[in-house]
Design a protein around this ligand. Sequence first.
Ligand SMILES: C[S@@+](CC[C@H](N)C(=O)[O-])C[C@H]1O[C@@H](n2cnc3c(N)ncnc32)[C@H](O)[C@@H]1O
Length: 209
Amino acid sequence: MTRRFVVIGQQATASPDFSLLDLPGTSGRLDVLLRCVRAALLVSHGLRRDTIVYLVLQGGPDAPRVLRLDGNDIRFVRPDERSLALLVQKALGRELPPAERNAFVTIRPGLARATGDLEAVLADLGPHAVTAYVLEEDGRDVRALALADRDVVVFVGDNHGFDPATRARIELLGATAVGIGPISLHADDAITVVCNELDRRRATREATA
Ligand SMILES: C[S@@+](CC[C@H](N)C(=O)[O-])C[C@H]1O[C@@H](n2cnc3c(N)ncnc32)[C@H](O)[C@@H]1O
């Protein structure tokens, strides 16, 4: 089962010209998305090989762009925010061969970039979009939901949540709105909770198989 997390950065910069010394102040809060990468992809002493993270970057002059980080192939990812910021900065600054809009171009194993918005992600997902969830504070309680026992895609908002157009597009996919508790958490913490729920269910399934 592959887990895909799609984080929508409404103002997160798609350009490399941000300062590593003042990430929150110069990058349209790209730091929020970097913490999401850590939460989705990294565990203690390792990577989640079954997880792919998409960062939808809607801020700055090069927007929109999407970065895709695939836990199965990516190497040398460190958990600290500065290292993640450097990884993203290099990925955004890299000259790539011309490609069609929404097409991902590999930068290095496990790391790819597309020019495009949410549509680039949806094109890349293909049939995976059918088992879609969207994290919303007023969604159905995750603990009352039978989460799919197969590939899932989970949409996550940034510090501003979702803009109306993105929310409408995700709704069109038939995504189930999922709540993970009565309090609005930071996006990365929300991802950690979802990963934990999925981990627990998988462990239960495997124990009873
Ligand atoms: C900091 S919250 C967004 C805050 C607030 N919704 C807003 O509009 O400013 C970031 C994202 O984490 C997810 N999230 C946070 N708390 C959640 C909860 N209790 N249930 C489900 N999703 C949550 C949602 O995807 C949300 O858009």
